[in-house]
Design a protein around this ligand. Structure first.
Ligand SMILES: Nc1ncnc2c1ncn2[C@@H]1O[C@H](COP(=O)(O)OP(=O)(O)OP(=O)(O)O)[C@@H](O)[C@H]1O
Ligand SMILES: [Mg+2]
Length: 239
């Protein structure tokens, strides 16, 4: 479903954030990406829906090359939840933010109303639909970002720190929601228990490279490997 071939990326100030990454992800799988602050996780996943366009190396999703020409198709296929929800929400009313994507696809108004109501109700946001997103709490913004992505019914969902700001009940709700999504999923998180609960496969990133890649339970159960990469065992394994 997703194929990265020799992807490298440097920011304009010269910081090399991605260093020659090759990776394939099969359709329907759930992959966690973990690593220390600054390891390059967000930079990597922000490439996967064309937010950053590959300059060195290539990415293809469902056989379509990620490039300027294919951006509409890529955006329709891949939903990306930014690490910071403020990057996702930009209109004056929550309802409009959720309707924005379907409107861009040219879906008719009546169908958009059904789609938006369905997703807002599912995420317990219906009562907040008239609020400016800027006035939502952090956790509400996180779910609002989810709504803007899920309403598009993507084939691939990329989540960057999805549990940041969530209370325990909503974190549990998110685990159930993610596990109920039968699509290809990529999750970046420092919440290794969340990764344990939702991913079959885990990649560790360190200084722009993937330094380990394997079954979630092997990677997340390997204390030495985690500690060598500034990580710790998931809380449930700490005894
Ligand atoms: N706009 C930018 N300009 C220059 N350097 C940047 C920019 N954004 C990120 N970087 C640098 O790129 C590297 C990777 O950053 P990135 O945000 O991808 O890390 P991350 O693994 O997502 O970290 P975190 O866990 O803190 O979210 C870091 O060294 C960071 O300082
Ligand atoms: Mg990040």
């Amino acid at each position: 479903m997703i194929a990265l071939e020799g992807l490298s990326f440097s920011y304009p100030d010269g910081t090399k954030a991605i260093d020659h990454i090759s990776l394939t992800i099969t359709e329907g799988s759930s992959v966690g990406i973990v690593g220390a602050n600054g390891a390059g996780k967000s930079t990597l996943v922000n490439h996967l829906n064309g937010y950053y366009l590959p300059r060195e190396g290539s990415i293809s999703i469902g056989g379509i090359l990620v490039c300027k020409k294919h951006l509409d198709r890529i955006h329709k296929m891949v939903g990306l939840l930014f690490q910071n929800p403020d990057d996702q929400l930009f209109t004056a009313r929550l309802y409009d933010d959720v309707a924005f994507g379907p409107e861009n696809l040219g879906i008719n108004k009546a169908d958009i109303a059904i789609l938006v109501e369905e997703v807002l109700r599912e995420l317990n946001l219906w009562e907040l639909r008239e609020k400016p997103p800027a006035h939502l709490s952090q956790g509400q913004k996180r779910f609002a970002s989810f709504a803007t992505v899920l309403v598009m019914k993507p084939e691939v969902i990329i989540m960057d720190e999805p549990t940041a700001d969530l209370d325990p009940k909503n974190r549990r709700k998110l685990i159930n929601l993610v596990n109920g999504l039968g699509i290809t999923k990529i999750t970046v998180s420092h919440d290794l228990d969340f990764i344990w609960d939702t991913c079959q496969r885990v990649c560790i990133m360190n200084r722009g490279r993937i330094v380990a890649d394997g079954p979630a339970k092997d990677i997340l159960g390997n204390r030495d490997l985690l500690e060598a990469n500034s990580l710790e065992l998931p809380l449930r394994l700490q005894g």
